[in-house]
Design a protein around this ligand. Structure first.
Ligand SMILES: [Cu+2]
Length: 304
């Protein structure tokens, strides 16, 4: 890593410690003076009020100028930190971050997509953030960065991981019932491991079903539907094909068996036949390509 590079963590921590330090000093100094005055001017020692000057130019100047300088130094320091957060270093790797209810997905320059953010150690990462539905906010506490994801708009933030490891990333803008589950991982890998991961073809892995699973993840489905039978915001997708379900269609309850046609309809227009017991929160997927839809339905048919 470029040793002269100031990381976002350093930039924010410096300002935080500076302001925190000044606050602690002021707290201690003011409390000490207060205690000292309480003792010094206690009734038993000074029974009669003493005459005191009405005006002291030096004192008034001092208590105006010194706090002004302190506050201005906080501002200057804060501004330095802010410009560090907004000036993306030149060789940064661009990763697109998409927030949707309720999952994050990441797209790399070579087209690779992922549901966790994998990054090389020591290389600055520029995150190009947007949302497909409502306001979200991409927050990585370890790197002290947080930025809103706004539909129809691109925002950015950057960071650099100086050590390999995994870090949590959250949604920091309340976005509905699944908000608290909108958590993902930042995995910082050494250069070579990252390159290996980056060049890997997502399809062709494992048993050939990897593509379907990747599609579900990159379209955000797995944010609400588990693949292992666990109950999340929506019904699990494990063994969904052939399952008997009770749905509400135009306000009328009816039973049906999940088949290909039902899966396709429910992916494209989820609220037409709403499964009983689940909230009507799934967004329509009108933008899904016919090939992806086919692949997903194919995958779901065999997921048991
Ligand atoms: Cu969110």
């Amino acid at each position: 890593m470029n040793p002269s590079l100031i990381t976002t963590t350093e930039a924010v921590d410096r300002v935080f410690l500076y302001i925190f330090g000044i606050s602690v000093i002021l707290l201690l100094a003011i409390t000490a003076v207060m205690v000292w005055f309480v003792i010094k001017y206690h009734r038993t020692r000074q029974p009669q009020p003493q005459p005191s000057p009405r005006y002291n130019l030096w004192l008034e100047t001092a208590w105006t100028v010194i706090p002004t300088l302190i506050v201005l130094s906080m501002f200057w320091y804060g501004w330095q930190g802010y410009t560090t957060l907004r000036d993306v270093p030149e060789n940064a790797l661009d990763v697109r971050v998409t927030g949707r209810k309720w999952v994050w997905s990441f797209t790399y320059p070579n087209g690779r997509t992922s549901d966790i953010l994998v990054v090389p150690v020591g290389r600055p990462i520029r995150l190009d953030i947007t949302s497909e539905d409502v306001l979200h906010s991409f927050f990585i506490p370890a790197f002290r960065i947080k930025r809103d994801a706004v539909p129809g708009m691109h925002t950015f933030e950057w960071f650099v991981a100086s050590e390999p490891g995994t870090y949590d990333a959250f949604c920091a803008e309340y976005c509905g019932v699944g908000h608290a589950k909108m958590i993902t991982t930042v995995a910082a890998k050494p250069d070579q491991d990252f390159e290996e991961w980056y060049e890997q073809e997502p399809s062709g892995e494992a048993d050939g079903h990897e593509e379907g699973r990747q599609l579900l993840a990159s379209h955000g489905c797995t944010g609400c539907h588990s693949l292992d039978g666990a109950k999340m915001v929506g019904p699990t997708l494990l063994g969904i094909f052939g399952r008997e379900v009770t749905v509400t269609t135009n306000g009328v309850e009816r039973s049906l068996t999940v088949d290909r046609e039902y899966l396709e309809r429910s992916i494209l227009r989820p609220r037409v036949d709403l499964v009983k017991g689940y909230p009507p929160v799934m967004p329509p997927n009108a933008g899904l390509s016919p090939e992806d839809l086919e692949e997903i339905v194919e995958y779901l048919q065999e997921l048991r």
